[in-house]
Design a protein around this ligand. Structure first.
Ligand SMILES: [Fe+2]
Ligand SMILES: [Fe+2]
Length: 172
């Protein structure tokens, strides 16, 4: 959603000339914002539900990730505003993370690990798209999303490592 504030920039992504690009970028950032918000919800649930000795490592990682993903959501929201967009309200939210719903058994850690890897992969894919869109248009957003992309690559790598351990034992 674009707000009706007129811009005072003469060039760059904030100029009137690039209004169409800016609006497309706000849409991409709004999608990113919702992805982060849903990830926060999913990671909160999956940092509480798991049972078992081996669940503790996952719980601790997800606890920390909740804070990071929340920070990402805030950054996307801020950038939406700076680009003269409006951060959407909760009624616009549509859930997509079917793969991160609670498993049938709360000791099913592999389900959680695979779900996290899928969520992170989705974010990585979308953020690469945003970075590409920003090329030659908006270096500031590009910079911000590159930093966030690195966080997501780190999250995915960590959970790939967890999965590797289960695979080595024939449990995944
Ligand atoms: Fe994130
Ligand atoms: Fe992440």
């Amino acid at each position: 959603m674009a707000s009706d504030i007129g811009t005072s920039a003469s060039h760059g992504i904030l100029s009137d000339e690039l209004r169409d690009d800016r609006e497309q970028l706000v849409e991409l950032l709004t999608r990113a914002y919702w992805m982060e918000i849903e990830t926060v919800m999913s990671y909160i649930a999956n940092s509480i539900n798991p049972d078992g000795v081996r669940a503790q490592e996952i719980i601790e990682s997800l606890d920390q990730d909740v804070q990071e993903e929340l920070g990402h959501a805030r950054q996307f929201g801020q950038r939406i505003k700076e680009l003269y967009g409006v951060v959407p309200g909760s009624l616009d939210f549509q859930a997509e993370q079917s793969y991160l719903q609670p498993p049938d058994h709360q000791t099913d850690i592999v389900h959680v690990i695979k779900g996290v890897i899928e969520a992170e992969s989705g974010a990585i894919e979308h953020y690469n798209r945003v970075i590409e869109f920003c090329e030659g248009r908006d270096p500031v957003t590009q910079d911000m999303v590159i930093a966030i992309l690195r966080d997501e690559e780190g999250h995915r790598r960590l959970f790939e490592g967890f999965l590797r351990e289960y695979k080595a034992e024939g449990l995944a």
